[in-house]
Every structure is written in structure tokens, then in C-alpha cells.
Design a protein around this ligand. Structure first.
Ligand code: HEM
Length: 391
């Protein structure tokens, strides 16, 4: 039997604090039917991990969201494809996102972080969300893609507007859909230019070579680009914003967060990811009947995999509801698992290590100065505004 009101991913309660509901789900309803949306939810670590590993049964090909957001990015988005097409397109992007290549972007990230922090000079009131934790990931992904400097302001605002997913609403606004079209036309044009004028060292050139080599279609530029903008922006900014928020509340000792080189300590990053996963959940659709916890799911059932709940499962993690900064949290599911495992993990980790390292080295002391504002999203958990007073 199901209770109807334990958990609704679109509710304001889930937006504010989903964790009490996750505890109830794991303990009482490990396979839970959310009547309001006609979807199921898996909340225990093992179930989430097993489902993510079994892409043949739990398919991404019908979209990984719910409501009208399903397949929002469109053709080419590898997140919404199963193998074999998924693997072919992922290979177009993969070389640039490997740890070794990504390390080459370290100086650029440091420079961008320092420029943003220079912008705080002479002021004690700063919005760390608007001015730092959101800006650094956006500027980084725009540079990786190869978007020219002059277009950064436009592209950053367009990306943010496209991603506005208000809690409680099951579909994108007309404005978000219109901006998405602008971004798509712009990206196709950028790739065409590289094919005509010559390749440069960026993701648009990787795609241009992918098209020329017959590995991808021009129509697939859309999904790949929009996915990279979305995945590159809001998740990493949520990770950094969640860290900044905890620091601003005075809950942690800043000196314990940095290593000797002034970078944010790697295990602490993993623990913040475990404790408050930037991507709370995504969906899959079953391709065959599955029986779990005594319940049969028919073919075509949409199932939410709750990464954030899995990461707080006491069956897997001791003191699961506590932030334990030196915990070995590497096996948490914040970056997913299986064929869709996060392509941007090395980049996200490096941005957080360098970015938060620079921020806390140069401005080690700040406190909340007003109400922080969460992202208007039911999937992403992070802050768009974190007003602080720097001392
Ligand atoms: C802290 C930051 C990040 C978190 C928590 C995160 C989380 C995730 C998760 C959970 C998935 C799996 C999706 C699924 O199973 O359906 C994923 C996939 C993906 N992520 Fe990330 N991500 C982060 C940063 C990034 C960055 C910086 C990029 C690149 C610019 C990126 C690019 C991608 C891509 C392209 C995929 C799809 C991979 C595929 O379907 O094969 N992510 N990410």
C-alpha cells in the first residue's frame, strides 16, 4: 500500500528540504508510486545504483525528466540516448573531458576565479551566488565550447533563462523555449564556421570534426550543446554554492577545507557532493517487467532514481545525515553510475577545487547577510543568490 503524500518531487516542500521525505521513502516505501505524476521513485543506495547500471532495463531513451521537460534538450543529447548511439556521440566529446586534457584548463579557471574575486574589491556586501559560484562555471563552459568572449554575457544569460524550472511547474515557459531556439541556431552557426574557416581548439571544433567524420549529424549539435551548457552550469555552481552557503553559516572551520597549495581539499568536495547532491534525481523508463520490493513494474514505467536519497542511505554510509569532511565519500552517486556516468566529473572537481580554493584563500571570512535564494528548479539543488558580508 502506498501513502499518497510522502513525496512529490515538484512540491515546494521538496524544494525547501526533501531529506525528511527521502528518509521515509527509504525506510517505508523503497519503491514508491507518486500518483500525482504517475511515476515511481527508487530511494535506496543499492536500488539506485543497480538501476543506473542496468541501462537495458532502465532506459534513458524516453527522457530523464518528468512532465513537459522530457527531452527538453532535443536531438543529440547523450543523456537521453541509450547505446549504441549514445556511445558514438559520447566519443565525439570524451577526449577533451578526460582528466589529463581537463588539467590544461586549470590556469584559465584560476584566472577567471581571480578576476571575479578582484571584482569584490572595495565592497563588503557581495552576492556570492550571482557574482561567483554561478559565474565561474558558466564562463568556464562557454570558453570550453569556444563561444567568443564578446558573446559571453549574452550566452550566460540565455543559458540561465533556458534552465529556469520553477518548483511546482511541470513544463518550460515560452520564454525558456524561445531562448533555447536562439542558442541552437547560434551553436549550429558556430560549428559551420569552423568547418568553413578552419578548426580551433574547442568543443565546437570537436563537433565539427564529428560531423565531417560522419560520427554525428548536424542536427545533433543541438542536444549536445544544450546538454553541455546545462550540465556544465547549474550542477557545478550548485556544488560551489552549497559549499559557500555552509561556510557563510559558520558551520565549518575554513582552515580545515584547504590543502597546503590553497586548493579545496578533494575529500571535502566529495563529501559536499554526497551530503547535498546538486542533481537530486533523474528518470528512467522500464523496457521489460521488473519486480522490486514485491511490486511488479510494467513495461514503460517511468522511475525516478533519487541520487540524493541514495547518498544519505544509512545502509551504505555511517552517520549518513552528517557532513563528515574527511570521509572517503568517493563511492557516492552524485555523478551517477553506469554508461551515463558524468562526462564532466574531472572538470567539475577541478573547478570546485581551484575556484573555492581561491575564494577561501582570498576571502576566508564571510557571513550570510540576508536570505539566500534557491535555484528555481525541482531537479537541481543549489543557490542562485547568496548575499554575504565579507570581513
Ligand atoms: C558537481 C557537478 C556535476 C554533477 C553533480 C553532475 C552530475 C551528473 C549526473 C548525475 C549525471 C548522470 C545523468 C544520468 O544518469 O542520466 C551526469 C551526466 C553528465 N554530465 Fe555531469 N555533473 C556535474 C558537472 C558536469 C560538468 C561540469 C559537465 C560538462 C561540462 C557535465 C557534463 C555531463 C554530461 C555531458 C553528462 C551526460 C553523460 C552521458 O549521458 O553519457 N557535468 N552528470
Amino acid at each position: 500500500m502506498n501513502s499518497t503524500d510522502v513525496y512529490d518531487p515538484l512540491s515546494h516542500q521538496s524544494h525547501e528540504d526533501p531529506y525528511p521525505a527521502y528518509t521515509r521513502l527509504r525506510d517505508e516505501f523503497p519503491l514508491y508510486f507518486i500518483e500525482a505524476h504517475g511515476v515511481w521513485a527508487l530511494s535506496r543506495y543499492q536500488d539506485v545504483r543497480d538501476a543506473l547500471r542496468d541501462w537495458e532495463t532502465f532506459s534513458s531513451a524516453q527522457g530523464v525528466e518528468i512532465g513537459d521537460y522530457v527531452q527538453f534538450f532535443g536531438e543529440g543529447s547523450i543523456q537521453e540516448l541509450d547505446p549504441p548511439r549514445h556511445d558514438v556521440l559520447r566519443k565525439v566529446l570524451a577526449p577533451r573531458f578526460q582528466s589529463r586534457r581537463i588539467r590544461e584548463y586549470g590556469p584559465l579557471i584560476r584566472e577567471t576565479a581571480d578576476r571575479l574575486i578582484d571584482g569584490f574589491d572595495g565592497r563588503s556586501r557581495i552576492d556570492l551566488g550571482q557574482e561567483f559560484t554561478q559565474r565561474l562555471p558558466i564562463l568556464t563552459i562557454l570558453q570550453l565550447l569556444g563561444i567568443p568572449q564578446d558573446d559571453h554575457d549574452w550566452a550566460a544569460s540565455a543559458g540561465l533563462e533556458m534552465l529556469r524550472r520553477p518548483a511546482g511547474e511541470a513544463g518550460p515557459s515560452a520564454a525558456a523555449a524561445a531562448i533555447r531556439e536562439e542558442l541552437v541556431d547560434y551553436s549550429i552557426d558556430q560549428v559551420r564556421r569552423r568547418r568553413v574557416d578552419g578548426m580551433t581548439d574547442d568543443v565546437f571544433s570537436d563537433m565539427a570534426m564529428g560531423v565531417e567524420g560522419g560520427h554525428m549529424l548536424e542536427s545533433e549539435i543541438q542536444g549536445l550543446t544544450l546538454l553541455l551548457i546545462a550540465a556544465g552550469m547549474e550542477t557545478t555552481s550548485s556544488l560551489m554554492g552549497n559549499i559557500a552557503h555552509v561556510v557563510a553559516t559558520g558551520a565549518v572551520d575554513v582552515s580545515a577545507l584547504l590543502d597546503d597549495a590553497g586548493e579545496f581539499r578533494a575529500p571535502a568536495i566529495e563529501e559536499f557532493l554526497r551530503f547535498d547532491a546538486p542533481g537530486q534525481w533523474l528518470a528512467r523508463v522500464t523496457t521489460r517487467p521488473v519486480t522490486m520490493h514485491g511490486q511488479e513494474l510494467p513495461v514503460g514505467s517511468r522511475v525516478l532514481v533519487l541520487f540524493a536519497s541514495a547518498n544519505r542511505d544509512p545502509r551504505e554510509f555511517a552517520r549518513a545525515d552528517e557532513l563528515v569532511l574527511d570521509r572517503d565519500g568517493a563511492r557516492n552517486l552524485a555523478f551517477g553510475e553506469g554508461v551515463h556516468f558524468c562526462l564532466g566529473m574531472p572538470l567539475a572537481r577541478m573547478e570546485a577545487r581551484i575556484g573555492m580554493g581561491r575564494l577561501l584563500s582570498r576571502r576566508p571570512s564571510f557571513a550570510l547577510d540576508g536570505e539566500p535564494v534557491r535555484y528555481p528548479s525541482h531537479v537541481i539543488r543549489g543557490f542562485e543568490s547568496i548575499p554575504v558580508l565579507v570581513s
